[in-house]
Design a protein around this ligand. Structure first.
Ligand SMILES: Nc1nc2c(ncn2[C@@H]2O[C@H](COP(=O)(O)OP(=O)(O)OP(=O)(O)O)[C@@H](O)[C@H]2O)c(=O)[nH]1
Ligand SMILES: [Mg+2]
Length: 288
């Protein structure tokens, strides 16, 4: 039996969460076109007859600017420590030198596969250049060009991962797919809709907590709080006459119903917690 931790690292927006979802064959991690979507380490456990891989999606690697960022980079650090194999993913359209510097700075002691992502957006010539750029880098065992949005790349990546995975016993039961709670995923799905519906600083100054999750006979009743920095942001999230929060509520509910395969009654509230991203007590309370 092959088993181990395969952790995904890269710059913001490289496609780490999309890759986790591809490998898991289902949506565990939220995805958005904006940078810094993922804030936690998200484990996905894939168990088959002859292997168990514990994948981890991680926040995009950045220079921390406030305490929340520091927490995000701590999640990256923790994931560096227990990896058996690292997937170093980059957007082919990103700056390769910067990606190379970041990958080198991780000082990995485990085999790493360089995953060149979003090849659907680039010409073959550019891909050839990227491959030769990353060939021979000390951290790179292999280079795998993919498009994380296309299911057909899954087998190819898995095959390469298994080659470098150690033999061992299973860590988790086969019916476990993650170590995080349903409440966490529900909050994430609401956060994903906030990234979609709001611009500028709103997604970055917002977090979501599920306060109540009650399974009733016909539906699941969920009460969630959206935390913002300032009153002005609360007004934006509510929108004129509550227009925006209703839109957010509907979009979130549909997504949560898909995730739970159940009917959902969702209530959203907005609360102001000044400078929550800077404050240790708030960050802890909000699960960071
Ligand atoms: N065209 C194309 N877009 C992709 C591909 N993979 C991911 N994307 C898009 O790239 C954007 C970022 O994807 P994410 O998976 O959220 O990226 P991430 O690395 O997890 O980002 P952070 O969590 O912010 O660090 C989303 O809009 C994805 O739909 C791909 O193979 N091709
Ligand atoms: Mg992500």
């Amino acid at each position: 039996m092959k088993t181990g931790f395969v952790n995904i690292f890269g710059r913001p927006n490289a496609g780490k969460s999309t890759l986790l979802n591809l490998l898991m064959g289902e949506k565990l991690a939220i995805v958005s076109s904006k940078v810094q979507t993922t804030r936690h380490r998200i484990k996905g456990i894939l168990t088959e007859k002859d292997y168990q891989v514990i994948f981890s999606d991680t926040p995009g690697i950045i220079e921390p600017k406030y305490k929340l960022h520091e927490k995000m980079m701590q999640a990256v650090k923790n994931s560096l420590e227990d990896a058996d194999v690292a997937l170093l993913i980059l957007d082919i359209n990103d700056d390769w030198t910067t990606c190379d510097e970041i990958f080198s700075s991780l000082k990995l002691k485990v085999p790493a596969l360089v995953v060149i992502n979003k090849i659907d957006t680039a010409k073959k010539e550019k891909l050839d250049h990227a491959i030769s750029f990353f060939t021979g880098k000390t951290y790179s065992k292999k280079i795998i060009p993919i498009s994380a949005k296309e299911a057909r790349y899954k087998e190819e990546i898995l095959k390469n991962i298994l080659e470098f995975l150690p033999e061992g016993e299973k860590f988790y039961d086969e019916d476990e797919i993650t170590d995080l709670s349903t409440r966490f995923f529900v909050a994430e799905l609401i956060r994903e809709k906030i990234y979609e519906l709001f611009e500028q600083e709103i997604p970055y100054q917002t977090t979501v907590i599920v306060q109540e999750f009650k399974e009733k006979t016909t539906l699941v009743k969920i009460r969630a709080e959206i935390i913002v920095h300032r009153e002005t942001q609360k007004a934006i999230i509510l929108g004129e006459g509550g227009k925006m929060i209703r839109k957010l509520g509907t979009a979130s509910r549909e997504e949560i119903e898909k995730f739970l395969s159940r009917k959902v009654f969702l209530e959203l509230f907005v609360k102001v917690r000044e400078k929550w991203r800077e404050r240790e007590d708030y960050l802890r309370e909000f699960g960071y």
